[in-house]
Write a protein that binds this ligand. Structure first.
Ligand code: GRF
Length: 214
């Protein structure tokens, strides 16, 4: 069975979705760079080691990342799952876990990397927004895409209403991506992800895109 360590910074609703999906994987620990993160309490209540590692106690990104790697490595996970982890990771940290760090980003990458994705999507006037689960590479929010969900933008959307609908999709696609990883079905071919045994993603053949239900 595959194992993961989840990294969070805040409320941890994606982490909750992963716990609740009852995936065939072992969640060995949850680590937050913010010791007061709500998600840590909930992980501890589930009996999972919940560790606060305050980035403010470190003098540089590199020293924090080195301690983070040391903390994670005690649990020897197959994958490191970023679930609302709001820190840029150093190239050394990423190189330590090649193709083993997964992230969720609230936009249809490569559109709208970085922060304020919902505001930026509304300003750009896109009609389809969404969320992406991808492998982490040194270029921020640009690694190989495992799964995406599209969310139609409504005329009266504001950042909060759009964020809420995107978040609901995040909670579906993150467990799905992890399930494929657990089943060893995710392969990388020339930097592009292919899911073994999956030919058509339902909902992907016509616009507007919907959450796939493979
Ligand atoms: C999510 O929208 C995630 O995609 C983004 O930050 C938010 C975290 O939410 N990176 P939560 O902590 O999982 O509730």
């Amino acid at each position: 069975m595959k194992s993961i360590v989840i990294l969070i910074s805040g409320r941890g609703s994606n982490m909750e979705a992963i716990f609740n999906a009852a995936l065939p994987l072992e969640i060995r620990a949850v680590v937050s760079n913010r010791p007061a993160a709500k998600g840590l309490e909930s992980a501890a209540q589930r009996g999972v080691p919940a560790i606060g590692l305050d980035h403010k106690a470190f003098t540089s990104r590199e020293t924090f990342d080195a301690q983070l790697a040391k903390t994670i490595d005690q649990f020897a996970p197959d994958f490191i799952v970023l679930a609302g982890f709001m820190r840029v990771l150093s190239a050394d940290f990423i190189a330590h876990y090649p193709n083993r760090i997964i992230n969720i980003h609230p936009s249809l990458l490569p559109s709208f990397p970085g922060l304020h994705t919902h505001e930026n999507a509304l300003k750009a006037g896109v009609k389809i927004h969404g969320a992406t689960v991808h492998f982490v590479t040194p270029e921020l929010d640009h690694g190989p895409i495992i799964i995406q969900a599209g969310v139609p933008v409504q005329q009266d959307d504001g950042p909060a209403s759009l964020a809420a609908r995107v978040l609901a999709c995040e909670h579906q696609i993150y467990p799905q991506a992890l399930r494929w990883l657990c089943e060893d079905r995710v392969e990388l071919v020339d930097g592009v992800v292919r899911i073994r045994g999956l030919h058509v993603l339902e909902g992907y053949e016509a616009l507007p895109l919907l959450v796939p239900t493979p």
